[in-house]
Design a protein around this ligand. Structure first.
Ligand code: KG4
Ligand code: ZN
Length: 339
């Protein structure tokens, strides 16, 4: 029997809806269609995400996006077997929109619902690609709010090997970008500017690089970038690309070296990168080179599925249900877990 899952993501500034279908032959579930509305433009004027505006925009977008994915896949709402939504972490009001809509649809259709952990969505997003990974693997989860190295033995079988003790890698990109005046979202902007810069121009710290464990720390790097920017003063403008390139190189070097250390520690030969920072070109290039040298297979989500989307939520729900790790529930008194 196959299951048709409607997934809804609304944890932050992207409204995502998708349809994923499990397969009778036990193969990786298939993505039938997905649609996304990014609120980036709306928040840009404020230099960051405004939670109240985010919630209101999710309300405006979510049902039209659901109609869109149903239309594109030739499915009808009554074909949906399970409605999945992001339960957390994220902005409380934003999460409540997705959860509320999912539970209302579930109740109206008489179909069960399933709350999904946002990070599990990211973690399993490489299974949406044409060449999905096999278990077990090491995962490098790098988003705006999290930086973790994990040992992944199967669906729901996750062991954290190391994580950031302060800022996340995405935060390091965003905060550095902000103090260089690059606006929001900073990561992609900093990375784009870095392409024209000299990564050896500024000596920036590689926090915890030699700590001997698999933890990360990026708060000191941000401070070093701030100090450097202040020192440059009026000279910052012409040197901005160099500072961006040096910042990106510092973040990426730590991520790559620690990932290699995690592979060595676990003896694994496969790594999966997930989360928004996984879209970073320099990270992909450096990691690909390091993995090739060490005969390690590396898997990424497709570029457009690195940042938040509904497909990863529908996929995580599908994989959880198939593995028997969790059951969808007809209990519609929902809650969300912002943290
Ligand atoms: O996974 P995500 O969409 O949201 C969270 O769950 O946090 O990740 C967003 C983060 C932001 O910090 C953003 O700046 C960063 O991913 N990001 C990038 C790039 N694209 C997105 N950072 C560096 N280079 C990129 N190309
Ligand atoms: Zn995310």
């Amino acid at each position: 029997m196959t299951l048709l899952i409607l997934g809804i993501e609304s944890s932050c500034d992207e409204t995502g809806v998708a349809l994923v279908e499990t397969r009778a032959d036990g193969q990786v579930p298939a993505l039938l269609s997905h649609a996304l509305h990014s609120q980036i433009e709306m928040h840009q004027a404020y230099g960051g995400v405004v939670p109240e505006l985010a919630s209101r925009d999710h309300i405006r977008r979510v049902l039209p996006l659901a109609s869109q994915v149903l239309g594109e896949s030739g499915k009808h709402l009554s074909d949906v077997d399970v409605v999945a939504y992001t339960r957390g972490p994220g902005l409380a009001g934003a999460l409540l929109v997705g959860a509320g809509v999912a539970c209302a649809l579930g109740a109206a259709l008489g179909k069960p619902v399933l709350g999904v952990h946002h990070l599990e969505g990211h973690l399993l997003s490489p299974f949406l690609s044409a060449d999905p990974p096999e278990f077990p693997f090491v995962a490098l989860l790098v988003s705006g709010g999290h930086t973790q190295l994990m040992r992944v033995d199967g669906v729901g079988r996750y062991e954290i090997l190391g994580e950031t003790i302060d800022d996340a890698a995405g935060e390091a990109f965003d905060k550095s970008a902000k103090l260089m005046g690059l606006g929001y979202p900073g990561g992609p902007a900093l990375s784009k500017l870095a392409e024209q810069g000299d990564a050896t121009a500024f000596k920036l710290p590689r926090p915890l690089l030699h700590s001997g464990d698999l933890d990360f720390s990026f708060a000191g790097l941000k401070t070093a970038v701030l100090t450097q920017a202040k020192k440059l003063g009026d000279e910052l403008e012409p040197r901005k690309a160099d500072l961006a390139a040096s910042t990106e190189a510092a973040i990426v070097e730590v991520l790559v070296k620690k990932t290699l250390a995690a592979l060595k520690q676990t003896g694994m030969k496969r790594v999966v990168v997930a989360g928004g920072v996984g879209a970073n070109r320099h990270l992909r290039k450096q990691l690909n080179e390091a993995c090739a040298k060490n005969k390690v297979r590396v898997h990424y989500p497709e570029l457009h599925l690195c940042t938040d989307n509904g497909a990863m939520i529908a996929m995580a729900a599908a994989m959880r249900l198939e593995s028997g790790q969790q059951q969808a529930s007809a209990e519609y008194a929902f809650d969300v877990k912002p943290r």
